[in-house]
Design a protein around this ligand. Sequence first.
Ligand code: HEM
Length: 233
Amino acid sequence: MNLQGISDLSFSKALVSSCIVIGLSREELFQEILSIIEAGTDPPATAISWWIYYMSKYPVVQEKIKQELMANGITKETYLTNELLEKLQYVDCVVKELLRHAPIFSSTMKTLKQNDEIDGIKLAKGDTVLVAYYNMHKDKRYWKLDPIQFIPERFFGLDAKDKDHHRYALNTFGGGPRQCMGQDLARLLLKTMITRLMQHFTFVDGGPEKNTGRHFQLGETMKPDMAVYIYCD
Ligand code: HEM
């Protein structure tokens, strides 16, 4: 799609007014809108794919989510509200563990605005640093429970061993002024989708040969290589 392609759409006039107000060119504003649409669709969809993969490997987690839904009176017919979702603490931890575990974006790049030094390594203004989220999320130095395992309980309850993890050990949405602007929406979206899907389905492992969990890059994010059976509840 190019600018010409949207010139007849009704929001075209609003677009031009917005450009004037915020001081962006029409082209720049258009690119901003495109990046929000792209950033807002592919990453959550990838995250849900990974969640389905992990659920197929960890049936006990699915069972616990379903138990939490039942304990809160949530059935297939229940209309999900914010108040209801807020009660689902175990699902919260599943989302957190998913975002720790899944390599949706495995890293980000940052350019230094001033000279610095990290662990004795001298860095100069203008240097580019790769921040490897995925490595930090799986680094045994920062996690008390085995970081390779999918364990939502590490964040949950009185005995949550990794509740007070190093603040940078879990960094799915980046940091600083360019961190993900959609992170609250993404968490809400994931929690809602997980709850809805668990009301209706159970995911079963398609076997080690097809349901490998190896990741491959497609578009901007890392997708899972998976094959699961889906049973309607
Ligand atoms: C699970 C879902 C998501 C993940 C894992 C994710 C992750 C990220 C990451 C890692 C960055 C780069 C941060 C950095 O370099 O410091 C980013 C940027 C961004 N994200 Fe997300 N994101 C998700 C969902 C969303 C949603 C739902 C939206 C919008 C509706 C969104 C909008 C954006 C935008 C606009 C940026 C660029 C910010 C900038 O450059 O100033 N993201 N996201």
